[in-house]
Design a protein around this ligand. Sequence first.
Ligand SMILES: Cc1cc2nc3c(=O)[nH]c(=O)nc-3n(C[C@H](O)[C@H](O)[C@H](O)COP(=O)(O)O)c2cc1C
Ligand SMILES: Nc1ncnc2c1ncn2[C@@H]1O[C@H](COP(=O)(O)OP(=O)(O)OP(=O)(O)O)[C@@H](O)[C@H]1O
Length: 182
Amino acid sequence: MLPIKVYRDGELELPQSIMTIGAFDGLHLGHQALINRAKSRAEIYGVPFVVYTFDPPPKVYFQNQSLLTPFAEKEKFLRNMGVDYTIVASFDEHYASRSVGEFLVELRKIHPQEIWVGPNFYFGKGKSGTTQDLNMISKTFEQPVVRCSKGEVISSTRIRKLFQGNEADQAYCLLGRQLTNE
Ligand SMILES: Cc1cc2nc3c(=O)[nH]c(=O)nc-3n(C[C@H](O)[C@H](O)[C@H](O)COP(=O)(O)O)c2cc1C
Ligand SMILES: Nc1ncnc2c1ncn2[C@@H]1O[C@H](COP(=O)(O)OP(=O)(O)OP(=O)(O)O)[C@@H](O)[C@H]1O
């Protein structure tokens, strides 16, 4: 059974919210900066903060990449970060075929005042949806990219490669912690 305040896609309805969307595999320092930023906006407005995520992450499903953070761990981490509601979409062929318009209809159910995403965010069938599309239903903001001290962009892909290359210490640095499932 899912813990309280975790909803399947399409289930949750709210009169107001601030939200962020993403796979968030690893919940690395870039993800954490985005989530903290959106959370602080929700606190300013005094409205619930919602994270919309996918299980499995689209790249794990389509590109067979390794999973960094199983959903139960992700949910716990998000709860500790002060997320009020987590929406989790079971990501499969059927879900991925949903259009940009269908996804926006679903998001409207939680009436987001602001949507926060990172750089190069795409969604919907064939990844055809952009932040301009999100702007049609809510003001959409982009969190600036977070880089590591060497200047490289932090990403789940990079962290997976570091683990595969036995550079776990560097991976933990980008994650901001050690992973319990490693
Ligand atoms: C309704 C919907 C349909 C999607 N369809 C596809 C798809 O056909 N192919 C794909 O690679 N990703 C698809 N995605 C996943 C997105 O490309 C992307 O991974 C997701 O929006 C999370 O963003 P992030 O990867 O930046 O975290 C879809 C996402 C949504 C919400
Ligand atoms: N380094 C970063 N700085 C700021 N935002 C980021 C960063 N990395 C990802 N994001 C944002 O976090 C959300 C979730 O991204 P996603 O899960 O695709 O991360 P990723 O690390 O780029 O993953 P992958 O390498 O598997 O594509 C998206 O809105 C994305 O733009």
